[in-house]
Every structure is written in C-alpha cells, then in structure tokens.
Design a protein around this ligand. Structure first.
Ligand code: ZN
Length: 416
C-alpha cells in the first residue's frame, strides 16, 4: 500500500492557498496573476516529485510519470471563483501530487510499476472565461472558434487573457494509448456527508442539467382601471404554471432529482400595471435522462394547456429549452475501487450523484472516470468560508491512494 504523508499534504494545501489569499479563502480566478503563479509552483512541486511537468499555453499543468508507459491520471483544477474557498479544486490537485510523490518514494530503489500516475491541474473549470476550458482542451472537445469568442462576465476576451502564455508548449492532450482512467477528488460542496456523519462519498455520476425559459405574453394595462375579466394578465398565467409545476414534479421525480425556478420577471414590472410579459427560468438536474424527459414533458404540457385555456383571454405561453448538459456516469470499476478502498480503511462510503459539474464530467465522456468526495463543513462552498477538517482531508487522500493502488493492481493483472 502507498502510505501518504498527511502533514506534507496539509502543508502543500496551505502553501497553494497563499496564491491569491483572500481572508480565510482564495481569489484565484483563471489566468489571473495569482492563478499563473500557483500553476508554476505546482509544476515545480511535480518536478520535485519526479514527474515531467509543464504548464501549456492554456494553463493546464500536467506532470507525467516518466517511468511508465501507462498511467492513471489524477487531478482537478486550481482556479477558483472570485472570493472562493481554498479547497474547491485545490484539494484534488494536491491529492494527486501527494499520491504520485508517495508512490515514487514507496518504489524508490525497486522496480517501477508498469502503471504510473500522471497529475493534472486543469484551467478555468469555474468558467471565468469558458467553463472547463482546460479539461475540454485536454480532451480535444473544444474548437478554436469557442476560444476566440469567449469573454469573461466583464467583457475581457479569453484570447487576450491567454496571450501571456503564448510562448508555453502546445496544449497537453489526453493520450488514449497511455491514460487508462481519470480520478478526481473534490469537496462535496453540499451537506449530505456531514448530515450522514460519513467521511467519504463515492460519486455515482454527474447529473445532467436542462434549463428552460417559460414566457407568458398578454398585454400591459392600467391595473386600476382595467376590469379583471378584461385583463390579458401574463403574470397570473405564469404564476399558475409555476405553482402547478412545483406541485406536480415531486410525483414525477426520482430520489435525487432537483429542480429550481431561479428567476422570474414581470414586464413592465410595476404595482399599478398588469404584466404584459412574464418570464421565468426553470432548471432540472438528474443522473437519469428518462427522469428529465418526464419533467420536461410535464412542463411542456402544462404550458400548452395554459396557452389553450387562456387564448380566449388573449394570453399565450411558450417554453424553450436553453441549456442541455448530458449526465455523465462514473465508471463501475472506479466506483468499486473507491468503495472497496474506503471499506478497507474502516469507512462506510455514501454513494451519491454530483449535483455540480466537474472536470471528471468532461474526462468521463472519453475515459473511465471516478470521483471521491470529502465532507464540506456546513455544506458551504464557492465562498471564503469553505472548509473541511484536516482529519477528513487526510483520510480522503488515504482512501484515494488505496483506491488508485487497487486500480493499478487490477489493471496490471488485466494485462493493461
Ligand atoms: Zn471544483
């Protein structure tokens, strides 16, 4: 078994958190000075661990195990949201570094195993310019046109932000002849492990996301002088649709389905004006496309029914899907390896879907992928208050190291 060094792991996490430190958290958005400096530091740490490490011209840092022709790729991202936490992304990158380093020490003097460990920190997972810029570049699923048109929320072009990296090597790419699997550890970013008093989560898959815009159209008019029977009230129609969907969804949903009406707007939007146009955004997430199909169908039927019922009153309603993210299943072998590793160390893992997107979603479309979660105190993330106890951080890395050991053994005996 590869024994990791918990104190060294915590020390590296603390050092990484100094790049862009912001109170107890970190502000290290993609391609900022702090982000690039952190990546150069990471590459140096990887080199010290015996890896061949470089940052490429999108800012991905990959450390390659020079002794092995085959490798398991481990990592996450080291960019953060503005005023983010010190663990989101960083945890998975430092776990990977510590596991690769411990393996090297464990094998010192002896023969290297046929399956090595490559370490990665992907760029802009958080989407400051383009969500999953790094992992999509690595997987070859991003085209130049997307890079050329991407801008930050304040209008800064991605192409400009990448200019300081123009002299760096060409982007690292996934190597299908080398990379056997991708493993990512991450903080849970939710309350479930803490509520269950468990220290390890094994991710079953990353949910699919569908978003919709529902628009009701009537006519604005004076709310004091227009009799109720003569109104073309788009707002009332939209509220009826929304209330009905919230009533109906529970019976159609799976155990893990979530949905959200996250924004609603009436126009013109005044106390004394009947709304002429009303609009809401509806989002739904689940691992199972069939569940999302059911909810989508219910929403579509309800909107059509409202439109039909109100046509005499001069109100119509439409629904359009605006975002589609397909679910990504985690590989059964990796789920099994993580579960077995947790159990062998005396933990009872919680099996759960990831409700948030991760780099493993992109990697999981082209390579067997697995994810491990550690608890988030209070379920808080994307905030400077994000935290996990030191003991849980170390335990998570021990479980991941054990899982990777098991996986390497199994792959080696399987002849790969
Ligand atoms: Zn993350």
């Amino acid at each position: 078994m590869t024994a990791i060094d918990g104190a060294r792991l915590l020390d590296d996490l603390a050092t990484l958190a100094r790049f862009g430190a912001c109170g107890p958290g970190v502000d290290r958005v993609a391609l900022s000075e702090a982000d690039i400096a952190a990546r150069r530091w990471l590459a140096e740490r990887m080199r010290e661990a015996g890896l061949e490490a470089t940052m490429d011209r999108v800012g991905n840092v990959v450390g390659r195990d020079p002794r092995a022709a085959l490798a398991i790729l481990i990592g996450s991202h080291s960019d953060t949201v503005p005023r983010g936490g010190r663990l989101d992304g960083a945890l998975g990158v430092i776990y990977a570094l510590e596991i690769a380093r411990s393996l090297r020490e464990h094998e010192a003097g002896g023969p290297a195993s046929p399956i090595g460990i490559d370490v990665v920190s992907f760029q802009d997972e958080e989407g400051t310019y383009l969500p999953f810029l790094g992992s999509r570049t690595f997987c070859g699923t991003l085209d130049e046109a997307e890079i050329a048109s991407a801008r930050s929320a304040d209008g800064h072009p991605l192409a400009d932000a990448l200019r300081p990296l123009a002299e760096e090597p060409a982007p690292h790419r996934l190597d299908p002849a080398r990379h056997l699997a991708f493993v990512e550890a991450h903080i849970e970013q939710g309350p479930r492990l803490e509520a269950a008093r468990k220290r390890i989560g094994v991710v079953t898959g990353i949910v699919g996301i569908r978003r919709f815009r529902i628009v009701a159209t009537g006519a604005a008019n004076h709310a004091g002088t227009t009799p109720m029977a003569l109104r073309r009230d788009a707002g009332a129609a939209l509220i009826r649709i929304a209330a009905d969907l919230l009533d109906r969804f529970p019976a159609l949903a799976g155990d893990e389905t979530v949905w959200n009406i996250g924004a609603i707007a009436f126009r013109p939007g005044a106390a004394n004006v009947v709304p002429g146009v009303a609009e809401l955004s509806l989002e739904m997430r689940d691992l199972d496309p069939a569940v999302l199909d059911r909810l989508e169908q219910a929403a579509t039927e309800r909107v059509a029914a409202e439109s039909a019922a109100e046509s005499g009153a001069g109100v119509s309603a439409t629904i359009a899907r605006t975002t589609t993210v397909a679910p990504t299943a985690m590989a059964p072998d990796l789920i099994e390896a993580m579960t077995a590793a947790a159990q062998s160390l005396g933990e009872t893992p919680v099996m759960l879907p990831s409700g948030a997107g991760h780099d493993a979603m992109e990697l999981g479309r082209v390579l067997p992928a697995g994810m491990l979660f550690v608890p988030s105190i209070g379920g808080i993330s994307h905030d400077v208050a994000e935290a996990t106890s030191d003991a849980d951080i170390v335990r998570g890395c021990e479980v991941l190291a054990e899982a990777v050991d098991g996986l390497r053994r199994r792959l080696a005996t399987a002849g790969r």
